[in-house]
Each structure stands twice: as structure tokens, then as C-alpha cells.
Design a protein around this ligand. Sequence first.
Ligand code: BT5
Length: 257
Amino acid sequence: MKELVPDKIRSGLTTEFIGQEIVYYQVIGSTNEVAKELARLGASEGTLVIAEEQTAGKGRLGRSWLAPPGSSLLMSLILHPSLTTPQLPRLTMASSLAVAYAIEETCSLSVHFKWPNDILLRGKKAGGILTETSVSGEILDYAVIGIGLNVNLDVHQIPEIAQTATSLSMELCREVSRLELLQALLKSIEREYRLLQEGESPGDRWEARLNSLGRRVMVDTPWGQESGQAEGVDANGALILRRDDGTKTYITVGDVE
Ligand code: BT5
């Protein structure tokens, strides 16, 4: 395994600010937790926190992110976007798109999304995004984008995800350079972040990759289950569902089954 040490990441990195500050760990609890602490202490825009292994990798809603050491990209970025609170899910969409572009550029695989934050290859989960924000009143203090991406990983090593997950190396039947992928990803995140800051919503481009577009889905929300046809997402990433009675609902939190 080639380690993703900061000197290697920086050499050949063509971004202006994303990933120019790097905090690297061989082992850490969760890169998101570190990034949030650093953001509170005033870390600069685009700071990258990256680890070879997490002992407490987090998904959404108290779930875990599992990855054998050195197998994956496990990273978090600190950002200070000028978005309103309802617009914050744009960060997750922009980050998913950046992951898709980086995978397509370096591995020529086609990438789809499952609402709201899954990165899919051939219908299986290869990555996930965990966006965490701190808001005081109307003001966003900071946002942390956590990205977990299965790169050189045989998912059969992890029984919990063996049936539902995949990795780049499994899809390609070869090892993938994590360094090259990471550098392409940092570059595409910078591009997407600039568009966000210019006020553009990534909604349409994100929706074009939605796996359930036009299909009937069940969605678990904190307020109960909804079902209907997935018509797409709105500019802020809400899932647009056409219920059987013809009414439309916009879902902002939940999981598609
Ligand atoms: C996510 O959550 O998909 C967001 C994952 C974000 C992980 C990154 S790693 C770097 C940064 N630091 C952190 O601590 N977290 C972020 P969610 O949609 O809740 O999905 C979690 C579920 O995905 C779990 O309950 C498992 O079922 C499944 N899962 C766990 N590890 C997986 C893996 N390596 N590949 C595919 N699926 C996985």
C-alpha cells in the first residue's frame, strides 16, 4: 500500500485552495470529527483531513463507515460556503458530482447516485458523503464535507456490506492509484465549489445520475414512510415524489429503500 502522505498529495496538485493545507493521520477516530474541531479553531478554507484508517468512521444518523486500513479514501474538507440554510444540501450534491467526475476521469466507470448521498457503481454502493455544518442563527460558521470512497477494497472482507457494496478495484479488476484519484477529486471539488459560490445549483446535473429517476420508491423519513414515483430533485436537493393520489411531496431527510 502506498501511503497518502501530504508531500505526495501536494506534488502535482493543481488546485488553488482545496487540499493545499493537509492534516494526515495513519489512524484516527473520524476525519469529520477532526475537521470540525479544526474548523472551530479557524482552519483555512479547503483544509483537507485525511486518514488511512478510521476507528470510528461515521455515516449519517449514527451509522458507521467501515474501511480496512489503506483501502479507501477517507477524507474531510473544511469549507465556508455562502449558502443559506435551505441551500446546504447543495454541498452534498456538488461533492457527489465531484466524486463522479474524478472516478470517470481516472477509471472510466460510470457513476450514479442514490438519494441523498450514496455513490453507486453498477447499482452498488462505492462511497458516501457526510456533510456536517455548524450554524449560528442565520450564519453558517463552517461546513465539513466527509467523503468515504472504496478504492482498493474487497468488500467480502466486511460481512456487513458484502452484498450491497462495491469498490473501484472490484469493478475494474485491478488496483487503482488512490493518489491520482485524490488529486483529480480535489481538483473537481474546487471546480464544483466555485460554481456553488457563484450561485449555481448542481441539482440538474445531480438528478441526471439519480438511480431511481422515474421509478417507484419507498422512502423512510423521520415522519414516517412515503411512497411514490421519484420525479427528481429540486435545486436544494429535496427528493420530489409523486404520490399515488397525484399529490407531490418534497422530502429533505430520509433514506430511499
Ligand atoms: C454515508 O452514510 O454513506 C456517509 C459516509 C461518509 C464516510 C466518510 S469517511 C471520511 C469521513 N469521516 C467520517 O467519519 N465519515 C466520513 P450513510 O448513508 O448513513 O451510510 C452508512 C451505511 O453504509 C452503513 O450503515 C453501512 O450499511 C454502509 N457502509 C458502511 N461502510 C461502507 C463501505 N465502506 N462501503 C459501502 N457501504 C458502506
